[in-house]
Design a protein around this ligand. Structure first.
Ligand code: PEP
Length: 251
């Protein structure tokens, strides 16, 4: 059965103290809230990971926001999947549109990152999504299908089973513009169909597909009530524990 998941992506925000205080606030909310089986994930900057893992209480789990495409060696400034896993971190965001746009992460690089994550027993949260121009030119399905195929469809059924997908229309990220529930549902159903065609109905039915793009407490309920929307990847609204839980309790 697929899981409902709400994952916060702090991006490049929070000093170590600020981050640990936010984890503490999230723990307080988690204790007093019935999260109804929702898996809560917090993707912190690298420097927080080890301490965040120690601090977080169930059902809160920790993710990295990126990992290196190589295993180890002379790659100054990079952090490998193995190092991330060694902190107790279980998840890693791969292919976020900001990484694709600002750091030149191509499908080829992302394929290697996915392989590193899987080889080191991390669960990839793999981001896909079209830019505004693609949608306006009716290319959004094609773009998303290619992103899936090019970086993920070399995986075995077993390995694909570790992947969480996040559909994030780039025009909705940090812009305050949200995809309508109908637009989100249409794309999520399409993604599930593409996965079913490549693998099978069972795998397609079991993969969690999160929506990301200006999700907040006020619009979360409508989005997560769509049949194929299994949760959210949350940027801005994950920086405040009350807003974050306003989304978690939308289920
Ligand atoms: C994101 O960056 O993954 C994201 C969804 O950001 P925001 O919620 O701020 O749009």
């Amino acid at each position: 059965m697929r899981r409902n998941i709400v994952a916060g992506n702090w991006k490049m925000n929070n000093t170590l103290d600020e981050g640990l205080n936010l984890i503490k606030d999230i723990n307080v909310n988690a204790k007093k809230t019935d999260v109804k089986g929702v898996q809560v994930i917090v993707a912190t900057p690298f420097i927080h990971l080890a301490k965040a893992v120690e601090e977080a209480i169930s059902p809160v789990r920790i993710a990295a926001q990126n990992c290196a495409s190589e295993e180890s060696g002379a790659y100054t400034g990079e952090v490998s999947a193995k190092m991330i896993r060694s902190t107790g971190t279980e998840y890693v965001i791969i292919g976020h549109s900001e990484r694709r746009a600002y750091y030149g992460e191509t499908d080829e690089i992302l394929t290697k990152k996915v392989d590193q994550a899987i080889a080191n027993k991390l669960y990839p949260i793999f981001c896909i999504g079209e830019v505004l121009d693609d949608r306006e030119n009716d290319k959004h399905f094609e773009v998303v299908e290619n992103q899936l195929k090019n970086a993920l469809f070399h995986l075995s059924e077993k390995d694909f089973g570790r992947v969480i997908l996040a559909y994030e229309p780039v025009w909705a990220i940090g812009t305050g513009k949200t995809a309508s529930p109908e637009q989100a549902q249409e794309m999520h159903a399409f993604i599930r169909k593409v996965v079913a065609e490549k693998y099978n109905d069972k795998i397609a039915d079991e993969v969690s597909i999160l929506y990301g793009g200006s999700m907040k407490p006020a619009n979360a309920k409508e989005l997560v009530s769509q049949a194929d929307v299994d949760g959210g990847l949350i940027g801005g609204a994950s920086l405040n524990a009350d807003d974050f839980f306003g989304i978690i309790t939308a289920f």
